[in-house]
Ligand binder design. Structure first.
Ligand SMILES: [Ca+2]
Ligand SMILES: [Ca+2]
Ligand SMILES: [Ca+2]
Length: 245
């Protein structure tokens, strides 16, 4: 169906051209095309004015006026400190002593003495002490967030940074039944340092729903890794934050 507006415009153009022809000539043979050059100097000016006024709106330059979609604004939760902890199997089988001390950023430290039962510096070695943290309250300011990344932060130290001493971290989205592949922190040092696993744009190899970040489902497993079972490790606090849009 021809748009009503177009019909009116063509009809109006015809009337104006008819009037213009009487005065100076109007070439409408091309459906409202360019004015002819045959009408003489002053007539051409009148004709051009009429046609230009009725022409379609100018087409914007697609290279300069193309609407652009702004990038999503990535937001980030604050660091959420878990509210529950427990040792898991592996290594000496006792995880960290004083585990509750890791649930507050207060200088009081949980302690993993002579960690591990073997020398393999490997995240998934059964000879490494492991500890679990959950009941994590992440506050996302969105009803339907897209999860861009998850980070785990730890303030920790070791008695001696000789050799390899670091943490491996895994995340669970189903209350500890299933775990991601581990990611590792940087090397621990004798002075307390803030270490992280994951990045703001790291989803740990999977797509997260918002529900999987609920405090009843999200869990963190920390594995103490060293190539020397004499290593002692301390941790002041652990936190989790999510980036989303
Ligand atoms: Ca231990
Ligand atoms: Ca040991
Ligand atoms: Ca603490």
């Amino acid at each position: 169906m021809r748009p009503v507006g177009l019909v009116l415009r063509v009809a109006t153009l015809g009337l104006i051209c008819a009037a213009a022809v009487a005065a100076a000539g109007c070439d409408d043979s091309a459906g409202g095309g360019a004015p002819t050059e045959s009408g003489g100097g002053s007539a051409t000016l009148v004709n051009a004015t009429v046609v230009d006024a009725m022409a379609s709106p100018p087409i914007a330059d697609p290279t300069s006026a193309r609407p652009t979609t702004p990038p999503p604004v990535v937001r980030q939760t604050t660091w959420a400190v878990p509210r529950r902890q427990a040792p898991e199997s592996g290594g000496d089988g006792d995880g960290w002593a004083l585990g509750d001390a890791a649930l507050a950023d207060d200088g009081v430290e949980a302690f993993d003495k002579d960690s591990g039962a073997g020398l393999a510096a490997s995240c998934l070695s059964a000879a490494k002490d492991r500890h679990r943290f959950d009941d994590i309250l992440l506050q996302l300011d969105s009803s339907a967030p897209i999860i861009d990344g998850i980070e785990v932060g730890l303030e920790a130290r070791t008695d001696d940074a000789i050799g390899q001493v670091y943490f491996c971290v895994q995340l669970s989205w189903d209350g500890g039944q299933t775990w991601t592949e581990p990611e590792r922190t940087n090397q621990l040092t004798a002075e307390p340092a803030f270490l992280t696993a994951g990045l703001p744009d790291d989803t740990w190899g999977r797509t997260w729903s918002a529900g999987e970040l609920d405090n009843g489902r999200l869990a963190v497993r920390v594995i103490s890794v060293s190539d020397d079972t004499r290593r002692d490790l301390w941790i002041d606090w652990i936190g989790v934050r999510a980036s989303y849009h």
